[in-house]
Design a protein around this ligand. Sequence first.
Ligand code: DCP
Ligand code: MG
Length: 420
Amino acid sequence: MPSPGDATLPGVDDEPPDQIVLHVDMDCFYAACERLREPELRGEPLVVGMGYEPGDDIGAVATASYEAREYGVESAMAISEALDRLPRLDEDADGPTGSRDTTDEPAGYYRPVDLDFYQSVAEDVRAILHDCADTVREVSIDEAYLDVTDRTGWEVADGFARHVKQRIEREVGVVASVGVAPTLSAAKVASDHDKPDGLVVVEPGEVADFFAPLSVEEVHGVGPVTARKLRELGIETAGDLATADPHELVDRFGERGRELYDRARGADTREVTPTGDPKSLSRESAFADAVEDPERKREQVRALAEAVATRAQSKGALYRTIGVKAVTPPYDVNTRERSLPGPIDDPDLVETIALELISEFDDDPVRKVGVRVSNLEFPTGEQARLSGWDGETDGQETGEPRQQERTTPSRSGQSSLTDF
Ligand code: DCP
Ligand code: MG
């Protein structure tokens, strides 16, 4: 694991936060949902069409099963074109309950989109994801980032990811591909790397090597247009991009060139921020080695308290509970908190209470400390905009400012470990 530096605040330098990120993306999701209702469609070429009516040739492909992809059917393709590549089975003669003669000409099943049903399946998957992680960022109906830093370790991350996959498959009946990495961008690329039914772990220190051989399209934010421009510069792989002259990239693509360069090098300081309203705001910071000196712990807690109180102010949040976390070797997560009679915005009090709470650990070796405010209220209704790279395309390339704070929903029924 790379050293996070001596108690550096996440986000204040180029170091990625000390985190384990899991990216989950369901395989051919709409088709997988259809197969839940019609198990006979398993293993068959299956196309799910948006705006498609049974028997018709209008609409576009929402997704295709991997068997249908073999025939060149892709998302967003017109149904009419999909039908050219993969004709529809005459289900009256040979419905899904009948057996398809595989020696016949290619033929597949077509179904219209039923979003309500897919949402209900997605909801079941989400419940498992929230059960498996402290912080979950849902990116789309079938895709989410999980911060599992406090749930696993790098030595056992593979087994943890397998457990998440197995729970989804066993309890919901659909298959997910999972990527695990120390950064969001590497986790996303990792989940895609071995689809379907993929599980790829990229450990800290391996991120650059993992990216190097990938084609530039696989770098998040590089679409076909940018890829073509990069190829004109002789840049074919993420490795080429990572070793290109950043000045040349800035000349050609502006600030975004610098961003792509950073991404190809695996540099990504984002943390997993939860979807929806924050229930708490927290900052934490690891020491390079376990620290006993109480003054060093206090110094760090002061900085974290100030950072958290500032974030709360910038979001217009009042808080009623102030807490600290102290992680003692090997990975014991201790949390302490104190609640106040009413909601406040008082940075000095955050510091005072956090210092009092951390003093309980004065004599313990501590490898990580954190400060959190919770029981939030937003009197003005002001909410932070969640931001990130997701949703960026070649047509919308500027990217939004990155959010650095770690916000964690406190979910009832979970232990204090997940509550931080
Ligand atoms: N979707 C859509 N139109 C698109 C792309 C996707 O309606 N142009 C829908 C259908 C997909 C779902 O969103 O099932 C999830 O999108 P993904 O990109 O994750 O695609 P799949 O899950 O279908 O396939 P993969 O196995 O590649 O993830
Ligand atoms: Mg998917």
